[in-house]
Design a protein around this ligand. Structure first.
Ligand code: SAM
Length: 283
């Protein structure tokens, strides 16, 4: 990474001081761990997300916290690294976000329904995306669809929330019909919340997966469908290319890759051919 780091704004009213050196250290660490390129100008975001961790671990400065983190090892060290990553990921998502993908998926599912299918939704955040996919599968092919879905994220906190499958009853993107068909409505202490029905959840295997990992072989049989949306925007071009090569390796020829609205991989046409709006076919 060669981005020039802007000066850190004065922070007279802040509990901790985030120096330019601290910010640079944090940028390097999150890049090494998660592939995330934190741009200059993200100091306020880093401050607000990590200062809580300083308080919780009783450190008085970012420098002390970072040195402690870098020295940490064993299961406790791994847990702290995970917290560090969890703090710095951005998890914005919604049910049926970028709806045109779900419309396209209906046809793509029908075309492949004759044999068992596998779908991987990575960088799935709090689960709205994989459950939207599961709803689309069930609505298109019924409850007996021959579909296995893997849902993953690097952030263990959002993954746990995805696995719980509990959302506010007024969650964006759900029609009244889908609310009735696919969710239980909470009562009493659970009033105001909805929970995904088990027949939807049973289609999905949840697991943590870092797109920077070398453990791609552990994902098993090749995928027919791969959703990797709104995460590659956080990666630089060489990292994106590496991830695309790995994704190519875990997909069937002719498999479909769905990406976020501002992600464009036409330069990797040796791996993926553009098939529709932000939908690529594995070569
Ligand atoms: C903005 S959310 C996108 C959520 C969903 N895919 C969507 O489009 O609505 C980005 C997600 O990518 C995850 N993420 C970031 N770096 C990752 C990595 N190296 N490996 C796997 N997931 C990562 C974050 O934890 C976060 O949940």
């Amino acid at each position: 990474m060669t981005t020039i780091v802007a000066p850190v704004p004065p922070a007279a009213d802040q509990e901790f001081k985030l120096t330019a050196d601290d910010f640079e250290r944090i940028r390097k660490l999150i890049y090494q761990r998660a592939g995330i390129s934190l741009h200059a100008g993200k100091q306020a975001m880093v401050y607000s997300r990590l200062s809580r961790r300083l308080r919780e671990t009783e450190h008085n400065s970012f420098a002390d916290y970072l040195s402690w983190l870098e020295r940490s090892s064993g299961p406790q060290g791994e847990a702290e690294w995970q917290d560090f990553v969890n703090c710095l990921t951005t998890n914005l998502t919604a049910f049926f976000r970028e709806e045109h993908h779900f419309v396209a998926l209906v046809e793509d599912l029908r075309a492949r329904a004759a044999r068992p299918m596998r779908l991987w939704c990575n960088a799935a955040s709090t689960g709205e995306e994989p459950y939207s996919l599961a709803m689309t599968v069930v609505e298109t092919l019924g409850l007996s669809a021959q579909m296995k879905m893997v849902c993953s994220d690097i952030d263990t906190k959002v993954l746990a929330s995805a696995q719980r499958g509990v959302y506010p009853a007024d969650a964006r993107g759900l029609s009244p019909e889908r609310l009735r068909r696919h969710f239980f409505r909470g009562t009493g202490a659970n009033g105001g919340f909805i929970r995904v029905k088990p027949e939807l959840a049973r289609l999905i295997e949840f697991r943590s997966f870092n797109l920077m990992s070398t453990g791609w072989a552990s994902l098993g049989e090749p995928f027919d469908f791969l959703f990797c949306r709104n995460v590659m925007i956080y990666f630089d071009a060489p990292t994106q290319r590496k991830v695309l090569e790995h994704m190519h390796g875990v997909m069937r020829p002719g498999g479909l890759l769905y990406v976020g609205h501002s992600e464009n991989f036409t330069e990797s046409r040796d791996l993926f051919r553009l098939r529709g709006k932000t939908i690529y076919e594995r070569v």
